[in-house]
Write a protein that binds this ligand. Structure first.
Ligand SMILES: C[S@@+](CC[C@H](N)C(=O)[O-])C[C@H]1O[C@@H](n2cnc3c(N)ncnc32)[C@H](O)[C@@H]1O
Ligand SMILES: [Zn+2]
Length: 293
């Protein structure tokens, strides 16, 4: 069976989770080839197994190289392992309130390895992942590497996901659309948003922007907007450091949008160290979708 057919089979099993991004009608899988809505809008499975459900063109600076470096950091270094474990614990703690099958959407999943590592940590066969990102390069890589989840190129502001189709939404260092999140979550579904705090990757910031004013992250507005939409049930502050070797520092710089606006000499100086401490400093907002069914 080809990757395309294998993905179409998984999608067939969960056909009711899709919604046409053009006309909002339900969708079904036809001929293990395409997703088609009741008005015949059709989106084909690519040979790698993802479906491109974008309805407009989008340009992104997130390219193949950036996602390759992200993949290396997420899978081969343990920089984000503590985060993956924490997110899995949060999901496991709540999973008892959901019956049967649990759908987890990663909104803005990039190349998909955070979602994969979280699913691996949860070790629960009743959990299925859906990765959604506007970047085709990211989703293509995700589909190529991780065959058991559903990978969609799409806009999280108009996601190709049906109402009340997801039990958990994770949203890691990515934009959010809370109105759409509420629509696609089941009542009492969980939304877990990861946002940077002031010291997040501070070593790379200090090295790359040595001669400019430091940008200070302020989370207050993010938290209050989140609370307007969801019942905030927890707000974890996750802070730790890891020692990364030169090759990992290089990946870290190349996977980061910070590199887009920094000078090459600053990047080289940072990368050419034998090793450096790197700080992860994040807030994890956990909210419940309290809408009345
Ligand atoms: C900083 S990256 C984080 C990616 C991933 N969560 C991670 O932590 O490695 C932000 C991601 O959000 C995606 N993104 C931005 N706007 C989006 C939108 N409207 N719909 C879906 N994805 C979007 C980008 O393509 C990018 O992959
Ligand atoms: Zn349609």
């Amino acid at each position: 069976m080809t990757n395309k057919e294998q993905s179409a089979e998984i999608a067939t099993k969960f056909e009711n989770i899709f919604r046409c991004p053009l006309c909002k009608s339900p969708m079904r899988v036809v001929g293990l080839k395409s997703l088609m809505c009741s008005k015949n809008h059709t989106f084909d499975f690519a040979k790698q197994g993802y479906v491109n459900m974008m309805t407009r063109t989008s340009t992104s600076r997130y390219d193949k190289k950036l996602f390759e470096e992200r993949h290396k950091i997420n899978m081969d270094s343990d920089l984000y392992t503590t985060l993956h474990k924490k997110l899995s614990e949060i999901i496991k703690e709540y999973r008892n309130i959901f019956i049967d099958q649990i759908m987890i959407l990663d909104a803005g999943c990039g190349e998909g390895s955070h979602l994969q590592r979280i699913l691996d940590e949860c070790q629960n066969e009743a959990m299925t992942g859906i990765g959604l990102d506007i970047s085709k390069e990211g989703i293509l890589m995700a589909a190529r590497n991780y065959k058991e989840s559903i990978w969609l190129v799409g806009d999280l502001a108009n996601s190709p996901v049906a109402d009340k189709a997801c039990h958990v939404i994770i949203n890691i260092l990515s934009p959010a659309n809370y109105m759409d999140f509420k629509r696609i979550l089941v009542p009492n579904g969980l939304v877990i948003k990861v946002v940077p705090r002031a010291n997040y990757l501070k070593e790379i910031r200090e090295a790359l922007f040595a001669d400019t004013d430091k940008e200070i992250y302020q989370n207050d507005e993010t938290v209050s907007l989140f609370k307007k939409h969801f019942q905030l049930v927890n707000n974890f502050h996750l802070s730790y450091t890891k020692e990364l070797k030169s090759a990992e520092l290089s990946s870290l710089v190349e996977m980061s949008p910070l590199a887009w606006s920094s000078k090459k000499e600053h990047m080289d100086k940072f990368i050419n160290q034998d090793s450096s401490k790197v700080t992860i400093d994040l807030d994890i907002l956990v909210g419940v979708n309290k809408q009345i069914d």
